[in-house]
Design a protein around this ligand. Structure first.
Ligand SMILES: Cc1cc2nc3c(=O)[nH]c(=O)nc-3n(C[C@H](O)[C@H](O)[C@H](O)COP(=O)(O)OP(=O)(O)OC[C@H]3O[C@@H](n4cnc5c(N)ncnc54)[C@H](O)[C@@H]3O)c2cc1C
Length: 448
């Protein structure tokens, strides 16, 4: 019946498809759709939305399924599976790449590198979809210099919540363009994106620099966020003996051709432990695909399929040096020592452009991500960890911190209003214009 507006578009109701669309990487929240649309064209998405809208039925997109707390689910509505919209076409002459919303970043990287090009910012893990990352914003190792993944989009093809296919860009329909990037799928679903590319390095030299205490770590991260010596900078807190934490900067210098022999130029002025520093040379491609191996191991151990009550916050840099150690010292975070990753990413405020990405004021910021795995079959423990996320979020707000909405955190409409602050009115206006029936991406719980 597809193609006949007013009639139910052809959606799948096989149990396996419904179950898959009822869950996500978080494995915490589950809600069952009444159907799944395997989208093969913008037109099919438009028809589904045109059908669901007047009935007020929820519609959400699903890309890589990496949402953490049901943000891509559609309770008793329709999930649009974007997987088949996976076209990836590099246009080297224009230094752009056209990607279907369901294409994964690893396919984007493969096509771009084949032409000696790459997106300036990429998420660390390349298994998420183009649409999923652009709708949340997207941070990567180069975000301290080049902002969000979403800041490098030239054009979008979207289907709005009112069922219109629109091509938008900073010049054409700019309100819609800016409402979609980092817009949590509230105004439109992305069908295709044109991404800007830059010449890719061929090699990288990677430095792992260990700090026994947070003070020198944050001072060095601050220094590296301010200059351009490294293309990628990420950091981690890792469990140390005796219940402490040690801090590691993972910094990467890109090269094309010869790798310089003088490491002192890169790390000579930093305050890490000299004798434990690790240095390795990799191809840029190996570096970009570095987490594929971790994913294979986590899948093999079963951790990939367990609940993931993650929390990600943007902190004012001046608060991070005391906030992070005090959070890690809490009993509720003990599990992170055995099963999880604590990520600390330096960011530069002026590099972040998408208006709907909320962030603390100020030039230097720190992204803190508590990425933990909960035991299976223990909903009580998962509930405690989600409650702990809420407590950390409250504490972060008190020091000027802001949520990155890729988190397992219950949020009320009042929380969202506070989260968006001065941007709230613009979002309300855009929602009324582009998703009048408020059917899109209800999983975030933005609206009463
Ligand atoms: C192992 C792992 C590593 C990660 N690393 C990073 C990282 O380095 N940097 C970073 O920024 N994030 C990272 N993330 C977070 C991840 O990129 C985001 O959760 C992203 O939104 C996932 O997109 P998806 O398509 O995989 O997920 P999905 O669950 O399919 O979608 C996520 C959200 O986006 C919406 N959405 C999906 N497709 C579209 C579309 N076409 N149009 C509109 N809305 C859409 C969904 O409805 C849902 O609300 C990581 C997540 C995991 C699990």
């Amino acid at each position: 019946m597809t193609g006949t507006s007013g009639l139910i578009p052809t959606t799948v109701t096989r149990e396996a498809d419904l179950l898959r669309a009822s869950a996500d990487f978080g494995h915490i929240v589950e809600s069952r759709p009444r159907g799944v649309l395997a989208a093969r064209s913008a037109d099919a998405v438009r028809e589904l939305i045109a059908f669901a809208g007047p009935q007020g039925l929820a519609v959400s997109a699903r890309g890589g399924g990496q949402a953490l707390y049901g943000e891509g689910q559609a309770d008793d509505g329709y999930v649009v599976d974007m997987a088949a919209l996976d076209e990836v076409r590099c246009v080297p002459g224009e230094r752009t790449l056209v990607a279907g919303a369901g294409a994964l970043w690893r396919d984007v990287v493969r096509a771009a590198l084949a032409e000696g090009l790459a997106p300036p910012v990429l998420p660390d893990h390349l298994g998420s979809s183009v649409g999923g990352v652009l709708s949340t914003g997207g941070f990567g190792g180069s975000s301290h210099r080049f902002g969000l993944v979403a800041d490098w989009v030239r054009e979008l093809e979207v289907v709005t919540g009112t069922g219109e296919c629109v091509t938008c860009s900073p010049e054409v329909e700019p309100e819609l363009f800016h409402a979609v990037l980092a817009g949590l799928g509230q105004c439109a679903l992305i069908v295709r994106a044109t991404l800007r590319l830059v010449p890719a390095p061929t090699l990288v030299r990677r430095y792992r620099l260990y700090h026994p205490a947070p003070g020198t770590f944050f001072a060095d991260q601050r220094r590296l966020a301010r200059d351009a010596r490294f293309g990628h900078v990420v950091g981690q807190a890792r469990p140390a003996l005796g219940g402490d934490w040690q801090y590691v900067i993972d910094a990467v210098a890109p090269h094309t051709g010869q790798v310089p022999t003088d490491d002192g130029l890169f790390v000579g002025d930093l305050d890490h432990e000299q004798d434990t520093a690790e240095i390795e040379d990799l191809s840029y491609e190996e570096y970009l695909y570095r987490l594929d191996r971790d994913e294979r191991l986590l899948r093999a151990s079963g951790e990939w399929q367990r609940p993931h009550p993650w929390l990600t916050l943007l902190l004012p840099e001046e608060a991070a040096a005391s906030f992070v150690p005090s959070v890690l010292a809490e009993g509720a975070q003990e599990g992170l020592r055995g099963c999880g990753v604590v990520q600390l990413r330096p960011l530069t405020g002026s590099a972040l452009h998408a208006p709907l990405l909320r962030r603390p004021p100020g030039e230097l910021l720190c992204l803190l991500s508590l990425m933990r795995t909960a035991p299976p079959e223990r909903p009580d423990v998962v509930g405690q960890l989600v409650a702990a996320n809420r407590a950390v979020y409250e504490r972060a707000r008190a020091v000027g911190g802001v949520l990155y909405p890729v988190s397992a955190l219950p949020m009320t409409p009042e929380d969202w209003r506070a989260h968006y602050g001065p941007a709230w009115d613009d979002l309300v206006r855009a929602k009324a214009l582009y998703d009048t029936n408020r059917i899109l991406t209800r999983g975030y719980g933005l609206w009463p």
